[in-house]
Design a protein around this ligand. Structure first.
Ligand code: SF4
Ligand code: SF4
Length: 87
């Protein structure tokens, strides 16, 4: 399941460079996560890097995008294949 950033976000900028999938960008009000790119860091790290570093704990699971670990791994593989095509 992708994660999401809530309105508690203080726009501290620290999570954006930590995301291995470039899923985090600045939105109209605060940072946002693209559910098509967030794998909960599956394929890269043992835990979500944005959650580990966020000082205000405003990154819960996005219940609108339920995905099991296998699906997240498939998303990771798809993103890697897309990145390879761009290179
Ligand atoms: Fe990026 Fe990982 Fe956070 Fe998802 S959980 S937004 S992939 S850092
Ligand atoms: Fe917002 Fe947390 Fe990211 Fe900082 S680390 S920009 S508070 S989501």
């Amino acid at each position: 399941m992708a994660l999401k950033i809530t309105e508690e976000c203080i726009n501290c900028d620290v999570c954006e460079p930590q995301c291995p999938n470039e899923a985090i960008t600045m939105g109209p009000e605060h940072y946002v996560i693209d559910p098509a790119k967030c794998t909960e860091c599956v394929g890269h790290f043992d835990e979500p890097q944005c959650v580990a570093i966020c000082p205000v704990a405003c990154i819960p699971k996005d219940e609108a995008h339920p995905e099991d670990p296998e699906t997240l791994l498939q998303k990771f593989n798809r993103l890697q294949a897309d990145a390879a095509l761009v290179k």
